[in-house]
Design a protein around this ligand. Sequence first.
Ligand code: TYD
Length: 206
Amino acid sequence: MKGIFISVEGPDGAGKSTQIERLKEYLAQKGYEVLITREPGGTVISEAVRELLLDPKHKEMKPETELLLYAAARAQLVGEVIGPAIEAGKAVISDRFVDSSVVYQGIARELGVETVYEVNRPAIGEYMPDVTFLLDLPAEVGIARKKDQAELDRMEQESLDFHRKVAEGYRTLAKRDPERIKTIDATLPVDTICDMIKDKVQALLS
Ligand code: TYD
């Protein structure tokens, strides 16, 4: 069986984790060995980089540093986990991938989309998701959900204006690549979203 690579994207608080768990069950029923990863993270080295990136104490971090650290964490994850899993025929579901860098660093931090792709080319090589689910949500709703859950990390503590740029950036990206990026309204009930995702994955598999 050929491996498949699915990423799930969206603003903070869009409910990605719940959908990823459901999708895992579905793909397992279809006979796949399923691997879930998250970004930044998913390997010992990438989780250490995650700590650096998300620690609220690191307020002085430069956008360029941020871009390179996300790419570094990604390079390790792709080389150590994602690439080998896809080659072994597994289904990989990644909680965020390079689109997050395009939107957060390229658009919201204004480093430029082309710069983000250039920096990430060595990190991702040939591995791009077969399909990406964008859980679209107004920035205000996402941040309110996060505030209810736990202490906010460095990125979540950014201004509402920043999070609005993120939400809008995702929409722009999805419009540019509708073949790969499937937009889903994340304010819909969890079960409805889950069914929509399954339908699209079913179409991809057949
Ligand atoms: P995470 O806890 O995974 O956030 P969430 O639960 O909302 O998905 O933290 C990841 C944070 O890092 C999130 O705010 C998005 C940000 N991020 C980037 O800015 N660039 C990237 O390339 C990636 C992968 C994440």
